[in-house]
Structure formats: structure tokens, C-alpha cells
Design a binder for this molecule. Structure first.
Ligand SMILES: Nc1ncnc2c1ncn2[C@@H]1O[C@H](COP(=O)(O)OP(=O)(O)O)[C@@H](O)[C@H]1O
Ligand SMILES: [Mg+2]
Length: 352
């Protein structure tokens, strides 16, 4: 081994040691323990660090660059640090292969009652993650008001190929809806075994392909859909959508109850339609009541509704609006929480 090579090897070791002291923002651990350091190359006193991010759209690349530069300042023989990023969503071991699906994370969006913007949030989270480069599926399991097809702008029943349904596709997201499987006026007959069969079909008879994230839009509260899901699909976590005003303990509990029924960790609470008209604070209160994280708020903005009605999510139609920014940030935050298993523990509440 040449002398230069040896110097290089010990330099690489010194750099690795220094990177053990660099915490990755929003992730629990340092770059080495999180297995984010893929390669270290040294060239003319420049350290090239190849880092593997846990999800596309990781929002702290600049902060990481600063932290690494600071950490390597004390390393002799290094003048500059260059970061190179790649990303790979890691499969949640809880999701497993039970369904024969190739999905890394499944998470659900729930609410205590209807009309709070649950579907709107689900659609925008899906479009944001897809825009960041993730492969995303969206499953509309709301038997009472399956309006994801309208919000995505594709309302035709998807084709069947080789005995399997091909998911509809819009805005880079593959999606399926209970609405495709049922006549619009027949929600009440979806009970018991038939409903269970339909829920299973949405997983097993749909050609989802490889997905980084599969998002499920749940019906409000608790019920048969949640029960069927609990028996069918292993979920990584769930988020609760609430409105700002007068969130009572009962409302918060109703929102959380779905996840207790599903036995999945609650990632946190999102407050939707925040602003002057409805005020704000209900989301934090709900999070406190449930003892879970408050993830953030989404502003009340008529463009959210207009976009939803026109089949174009606001993150795409008005990407610089406050609501779009909030939704994008929420999508990244949820992706991070899923990828680092920092979902808060499930609250020990009784279903009300
Ligand atoms: N942040 C928001 N600002 C303005 N309108 C919104 C917002 N979020 C949702 N809406 C509108 O509120 C209505 C209910 O939203 P929806 O997503 O269908 O609720 P849910 O799925 O909880 O029943 C829709 O017309 C939607 O466009
Ligand atoms: Mg809905």
C-alpha cells in the first residue's frame, strides 16, 4: 500500500469519526448511526461526502452541509467539504409482505368528523411527495364520500388488465377509489363481509406496482372500514386532520379512535382551514389531548377548494401560496417521521 493510500485511509477514518458527531435534523441519530454515509472520497484536500437521504425532498440539505463543514473543520488535511446527496426510502419492517405488495410505507389520514379537509390533505400530501420524486399511491377508502377521483381530476373507472385493476393516474400519483367500485347512491349497502371483500380487493386486485408511500383516505370516525383495514393491511402510521375551532376532547378522541382501532401509531395532528375566519389552536389542543405531536397547520384559502373541485391540488395549482407551502412541508415532515420511526406512541384511550 502506498504512503498516500495509508494517509487517505486514516483521513477517511478521521472524517467518519467526525461525522459521528453530526446529528441529522429531524432524524434520531448521527450520520453514521443512521447509515447515511455511503462513501467518503478525498481529492486535493476536498472531502466528498456521499450521503443517502431517507426520503426525496428531505428539507435540511443546507443545514446538513453546514453541520458537516463545521464538524470537519478540525480534521487535518481537509480544506473543504462537498456534499453529494442521493435518496432511498427505506421499507418499514412493520409493513412487510403480507399482502404481496411492494410498498415501503402505508399511512392513513383520519378525522373525527367529515368536512374537515381530510381528503384535501390526503390528495395534496400525495401530490407533494410525488413531486419530490417519491412513488406514491392513494387509496380512497371513504365509503361515505369517495371524492378523491374528483379531486384528482380523473373520474373514469380504471381499466382491468389480466384480472387486475390498473390504478388511475394523475399528478404523478396512482390512485384507486371505493367510488370506482360502487354505484354512487349505494353507500349504505357496503357493510360487513361485502365491505371487507372490497377493502381487500383494493389492495390485492389492484396493480399498484412498487410504491414508496401508499396513503389511505379513511372515512371519518371509526367503523367497518377501519376494522377491515386492521385485518387486511399493516400500516406504518396515521395522521389526524382537525379544524381550528372548538376541538373538544371528544372530537380529538374520535379522530384518534380510528388509529386505536387500527392499532397503528399516530404520527400527529394537522390543523386545516387555519386563519382569521376559524381561528387557530384547535389542532394543538387535539394533539395535547391525545398526547401526540402537532405537525402543523394549513391555511384557509379558497384556492384549495377551487383546486379540489377542478381536479388540481393546490400544491400544483398555486405552489407558492401559504397553504401549498404548508402542505408541502407537512408531506416532508410526515415522510421523515415515517422513515425514522419517530411516530409517537399510541395513546391509551378508550374508543368513544
Ligand atoms: N384549507 C382549506 N381552505 C379552503 N377550503 C378547504 C380547505 N381544506 C378543505 N377545503 C374544502 O372543504 C371541503 C371539505 O373538504 P374535504 O377534503 O372534502 O373534507 P373531508 O374529506 O374531511 O370530508 C371541500 O370543499 C374542500 O375543498
Ligand atoms: Mg373526504
Amino acid at each position: 500500500m502506498s504512503g498516500k493510500q495509508e494517509t487517505n485511509n486514516s483521513l477517511v477514518a478521521a472524517i467518519r469519526e467526525a461525522l459521528r458527531k453530526v446529528e441529522a435534523p429531524e432524524l434520531r441519530g448521527n450520520l453514521v448511526s443512521l447509515k447515511m454515509v455511503q462513501a467518503i472520497e478525498i481529492e486535493n484536500e476536498i472531502a466528498h461526502l456521499h450521503l443517502l437521504l431517507p426520503t426525496p425532498g428531505y428539507p435540511y440539505q443546507e443545514e446538513l452541509t453546514e453541520r458537516c463543514t463545521r464538524a470537519l473543520q478540525g480534521v487535518d488535511g481537509i480544506q473543504r467539504v462537498d456534499l453529494h446527496f442521493d435518496d432511498e426510502v427505506r421499507r418499514d419492517p412493520r409493513v412487510g409482505d403480507k399482502l404481496g405488495l411492494s410498498v415501503k410505507h402505508i399511512f392513513a389520514v383520519a378525522s373525527g368528523k367529515g368536512g374537515v379537509g381530510k381528503s384535501t390533505v390526503a390528495v395534496n400530501l400525495a401530490a407533494s411527495l410525488a413531486e419530490d420524486g417519491a412513488t406514491v399511491g392513494l387509496l380512497d377508502a371513504d365509503i361515505y364520500g369517495p371524492n378523491i377521483p374528483m379531486m384528482m381530476g380523473v373520474e373514469e373507472m380504471p381499466p382491468v388488465e389480466g384480472g387486475k385493476l390498473v390504478p388511475a393516474q394523475a399528478h404523478g400519483v396512482r390512485f384507486m377509489s371505493m367510488g370506482f367500485l360502487m354505484p354512487s347512491d349505494r353507500a349504505l349497502i357496503w357493510r360487513g363481509p361485502m365491505l371487507h371483500k372490497a377493502i381487500q380487493q383494493l389492495f390485492t386486485d389492484v396493480r399498484w406496482g412498487d410504491l414508496d408511500y401508499l396513503i389511505i383516505d379513511l372515512p371519518p370516525g371509526t367503523g367497518d372500514v377501519q376494522l377491515s383495514l386492521a385485518q387486511t393491511a399493516p400500516l406504518s402510521g396515521g395522521v389526524i386532520v382537525t379544524m381550528p375551532q372548538n376541538v373538544s376532547l371528544a372530537d380529538a378522541r374520535r379522530g384518534g379512535a380510528a388509529f386505536i382501532q387500527l392499532e397503528v401509531p399516530i404520527i400527529g395532528v394537522i390543523e386545516n382551514m387555519s386563519g382569521e375566519i376559524f381561528g387557530s389552536g384547535g389542532g394543538e389542543r387535539a394533539a395535547q389531548e391525545l398526547d401526540v405531536a402537532f405537525l402543523g397547520r394549513v391555511e384557509l384559502d379558497s384556492n384549495v377548494r377551487v383546486g379540489g373541485d377542478a381536479g388540481r391540488p393546490i400544491v400544483l395549482s398555486h405552489p407558492t401560496s401559504a397553504a401549498a407551502r404548508s402542505l408541502r412541508q407537512l408531506a416532508r415532515l410526515i415522510a421523515l417521521r415515517l422513515n425514522t420511526h419517530v411516530a409517537d406512541p399510541r395513546p391509551q384511550l378508550k374508543i368513544v
